[in-house]
Design a protein around this ligand. Structure first.
Ligand code: NAP
Length: 251
């Protein structure tokens, strides 16, 4: 039996991924801070999806949960998915929340990878996946720390992809566009090409199976965003001087 541990697997993309793997007969573990979200998302699947109450910003908690879940059959796949984003996009960032974002989105990914590698390296097999974002391709207005953490996760995974191949461990970065989840339901701006979470999980599952180094979607929107990433920065600045794109608020 194959096994997967998904951080932030109690709502949205993570929960859909948990269902995706449970339906295929995998042993599935998820973690989150709030057990109620787990109970609500999996009313009939509690036997097939194991829950750990963990804050990914706490290295010891992450380590203990992944060690417990992986015993004794090991760990085939780790998906570092837990993440938070700004509810309100403001020109002056909410610094307190920004620091929390670094602890959750970036350090949370590193702690999960570290704990998974403790299990995978001795067995010389496994796959690490991080859910970053297309927001990591550019510094977007109003989401400074979100873009920064996702960009850091992209680069972190790119390096590890090269380093861990010799241990037979594959690393995949997933960069979604807008997906309809509790995270984006709090947004107050247009979300082009919004996709539903089950469809996103299906696409992500397929990319993981193919052991892609990096996967971004939806195809057209992600392509446009990546193109913006290679524009001369004066053009980029001009684009975002347009009100339509620059939706961050003064306060
Ligand atoms: N939705 C999108 O459009 C979109 C686009 C690009 C990238 N992403 C990324 O996709 C990932 C999943 O997002 P989502 O949209 O599915 O959001 P979501 O529905 O809000 O789910 C977030 C999950 O992460 C958990 N979580 C948050 N902080 C945590 C912490 N400190 N420790 C443990 N678990 C924590 C949440 O549970 P608790 O709150 O109970 O802890 C929940 O299970 C995130 O990394 C997000 O940045 C999303």
């Amino acid at each position: 039996m194959k096994s997967v541990f998904i951080t932030g697997g109690t709502t949205g993309i993570g929960a859909e991924l948990a269902k995706h793997y449970a339906e295929r007969g995998w042993k599935v573990g998820v973690c989150g801070r709030d057990k109620l979200k787990y109970t609500e998302s999996f009313p009939t699947q509690k036997d097939s999806i194991q829950f750990y109450q963990v804050d990914v910003a706490n290295r010891d908690q992450v380590k203990a949960a992944i060690r417990d879940f992986s015993s004794p059959i090991g760990l085939d796949l780790l998906i570092a998915n837990a993440g938070i984003g700004y509810k309100f996009k403001t020109k002056i960032p909410d610094f307190e929340f920004s620091y929390k974002m670094v602890h959750t989105n970036l350090l949370g990914t590193m702690y999960a990878f570290e704990a998974a590698l403790d299990v995978m390296i001795p067995r010389s097999k496994g796959q690490l996946v991080a859910v970053a974002s297309i927001a990591g391709y550019n510094g977007l207005p109003g989401v400074s720390a979100y873009s920064a953490t996702k960009s850091a996760v992209q680069k972190y995974c790119e390096s590890l992809h090269l380093d861990l191949r010799q241990f037979n461990i594959n690393v995949t970065t997933i960069n979604p566009g807008f997906v309809d989840t509790p995270l984006t339901q709090a947004n107050h701006h247009p979300m082009p090409f919004l996709m539903d979470a089950p469809k996103a999980a299906k696409l992500i599952g397929r990319a993981i199976e193919k052991k892609k180094m990096t996967y971004h979607f939806p195809f057209f929107f992600a392509g446009m965003v990546r193109l913006m990433g290679i524009l001369p920065r004066t053009w980029y600045r001009f684009l975002f001087s347009m009100k339509l794109l620059n939706y961050s608020k003064e306060k």
